[in-house]
Design a protein around this ligand. Sequence first.
Ligand code: TRP
Ligand code: SF4
Length: 405
Amino acid sequence: MAANVNMHPRVLSGMRATGRLHLGHYHGVLKNWLKLQHEYECYFFAADWHALTTHYEDPSQIEENVWDMVIDWLAAGVNPGAAKIFIQSQVPEHAELHLLLSMITPLGWLERVPTYKDQQEKLKEKDLSTYGFLGYPLLQSADILIYKAGLVPVGDDQVAHIEITREIARRFNHLYGREAGFEEKAEAAITRLGKKNAQLYRNVRKRYQEAGDHEALDTGRALLEEQHTMSLGDKERLFGYLEGGGRIILPEPQPLLTPASKMPGLDGQKMSKSYGNVVSLRDDKETVERKMRTMPTDPARVRRTDAGDPDKCPVWQFHLLYSAQDVKAWVQSGCRSAGIGCLECKRPVIDAVVQELAPIQERAQSLADDMKTVQSIVADGCMAARDVASETLAEVRQAMGLKYR
Ligand code: TRP
Ligand code: SF4
């Protein structure tokens, strides 16, 4: 675990505002957020600047996409009483941190992030040889570091972005955590731990630095995390001093891998808007019916009398997610013996999806009818986010010699 100045690591995650959400988002990301919001201090935001990096030629959809996305989050159960919900561009501190971090970010680091070339290849119709697109992962780093987030729930396609965030944090701390008189300040901070804790701190620091004892390091970190009355600056010094570096101003985050979504698309590939195989959270009953009735099945079942193999059928993937044991057994034997037809087989999953979506859609509708409430939730979230972000930014400015205010 990376050193974190917070006892309960803050969780931060963002989603690019690219439109309405679908079942893949729900099972892959949102359900995870719903759980995390009760376990941690969570910040979830709409990454509208990140959407601009690829949609700068036609930004007309971005605002609508942001509101649609926020409505879908709330409708799915993200609770503004538990998690802060905000919009990236409404917290301009992200942009200033991005700028300041750009001063210390080697171009090669950004050019080597795999998504840079991959996405340029994939989105050939767009000119992505822009400064903003190259800086995409750095903007993401700023998003994360400005909250000193300890945990960042993401899919595995985003791990490289968390990794570069860690490298940038390390570089920042290395460059700016070495204040004048660091050792003296750290020693003075130790005495403020109280006699017993000071002795424990010195002991574990020695064990870690002389013998590489990682258990000692963990003990030391736990001890520091418990210090609720100590100043932030002293805490950062003692975290850094424990490991033998300078102050840790920007702690390194960890990715929190989203449990691989088993959500298949209507064609059995991963559900994704770009594959055109999605069930949107706001598809009405008729649309869900139509999409799922026309879903491909095992191609071996040309005629009703041909036996099939669920392992070769995307409908089976839906059963795995939605059906109870007895229904699954019915599918297995019915498919393999041609005892059931494919439409018959789809019925329970169509019903399950419709049933799952009904309450979400009901909530989405009442939120869409009451945009004032949605806007005020986001305004509150932005305010809470700015409180934290401006604190970090003040420290960063100070550390970088910009201490005019
Ligand atoms: N790049 C992320 C994605 O495409 C979205 C994102 C932007 C993000 N900033 C972030 C995710 C900060 C986690 C933390 O999914
Ligand atoms: Fe797929 Fe069910 Fe048809 Fe078998 S019976 S091919 S599992 S839809």
